[in-house]
Write a protein that binds this ligand. Structure first.
Ligand code: CAA
Ligand code: NAD
Length: 293
């Protein structure tokens, strides 16, 4: 079977911040979706998040048309199923999108297992923020059917999707991933498999610089954020955005890059970021980070 066939069933692994957003958008745009996470409690939380976010979309789309909104919600939620065992669902899927923790060893363990059970036609992708797609794909026997699909938070709102190709990603795979991205309603950009792809290579050092500026006492967190919102037209200031992305995710990204590229000053993890993470202050998701939420 050709891997350039259109995608109808998507398996999304990881029902956290990103996986639940990707599930929502895929279901909203006519795909059948199976969402996988480690246990049913997490999946119930993800389903509740998706329902809440979908209600915002329905409100915007249907206004006072309550019947239209209900039908949209029912159809969308009805096309989502959940599972705790990824291996049992990938036999019947076209595309896997992995959105689990940003850790190479954990991603390797997952993909090695999936590769041994998924039919060869299934395309594998990772939503990694910072790891090498080629390195993740190394443990599989389908390097030509492996690419990056990098979404942005909040997925239902952010219009961009980075489609990442490695030296081995086939032209067919790339075109299937781009077509899928467009069907999701995203604007796609194609990018090589380099650290941070396009957006994070420019954005994450910017967040780190803002944290280092705060450490130097140049200005308060509020004033740094206000300055970048009103002086550079950004929708959120950098410290607000770091909290929004998750300080653990920011830390994983910078730690990984600074280990791999120790000479790049811009990649050094700020000490105050490490401290907040070690205290469990991860930003919006735990209620405290650079700000109290
Ligand atoms: N689901 C559905 N709709 C949502 C939503 C959600 N989860 N969150 C917001 N919206 C919608 C709202 O309904 C609203 O729609 P209307 O304007 O049509 O009414 C619109 O989005 C704006 O929402 P709000 O009014 O609540 O808030 P806002 O205007 O302050 O915008 C924001 C919120 C969209 C998050 C905006 O602040 C923003 O763009 N921030 C920057 C986000 C960003 O940079 N993300 C990228 C992070 S980096 C990343 O993701 C990559 C990585 O690898 C780390
Ligand atoms: P998160 O911590 O919110 O969610 C991760 C989920 O994966 C959790 O629910 C966890 O239980 C689950 N999980 C972990 N190991 C698993 C396994 N083996 N099988 C099934 N489920 C497993 O993280 P997130 O912010 O959604 O990030 C997920 C991925 O997306 C990371 O690679 C991250 O770098 C990337 N990403 C994050 C953002 C962001 O703004 N947070 C943006 C783009 C990309």
């Amino acid at each position: 079977m050709s891997c350039a066939r259109s995608v109808s069933h998507v398996t999304i692994i990881g029902g956290g911040l990103m996986g639940s957003g990707i599930t929502q958008v895929a279901a909203q745009t006519g795909h059948r979706v199976t969402l996988v996470d480690l246990d049913q409690n997490i999946l119930d939380g993800a389903t509740a998040r998706i329902t809440k976010s979908l209600a915002r979309v329905a409100k915007k789309k249907f206004g006072d048309d309550a019947d239209g909104a209900k039908a949209f919600m029912d159809t969308t939620m009805g096309s989502i199923s959940t599972a705790t065992d990824a291996c049992s669902v990938v036999k019947d899927t076209d595309l896997v999108i992995e959105a689990i923790v940003e850790n190479m060893a954990v991603k390797h363990r997952l993909f090695k297992e999936l590769d041994s059970v998924a039919p060869q036609s299934v395309i594998f992708t990772s939503n990694t923020s910072s790891l090498s797609i080629a390195e993740i794909a190394e443990v599989t026997s389908r390097k030509d059917r492996f690419g990056g699909l990098h979404f942005f938070n909040p997925v239902p709102v952010m219009k961009l999707l980075e489609v990442v190709k490695t030296a081995d990603t086939s032209a067919e795979t790339l075109s299937a991933l781009t077509a899928f991205g467009k069907k999701l309603g995203k604007v796609t950009v194609e990018c090589s498999d380099t650290p941070g792809f396009i957006v994070n290579r420019l954005l994450v050092p910017n967040l780190a610089e803002a944290i280092k500026m705060l450490e130097r006492g140049v200005a308060s967190a509020q004033d740094i954020d206000t300055a970048m919102k009103l002086g550079a037209g950004h929708p959120m200031g950098p410290l607000q955005l770091a909290d929004y992305v998750g300080l653990d995710t920011c830390c994983f990204i910078l730690d990984g890059w600074s280990e791999k590229y120790p000479d790049v000053e811009l990649f050094k993890t700020p000490e105050s970021l490490k401290k907040l993470v070690s205290e469990g202050k991860l930003g919006n998701k735990t209620g405290e980070g650079f700000y109290k939420h």
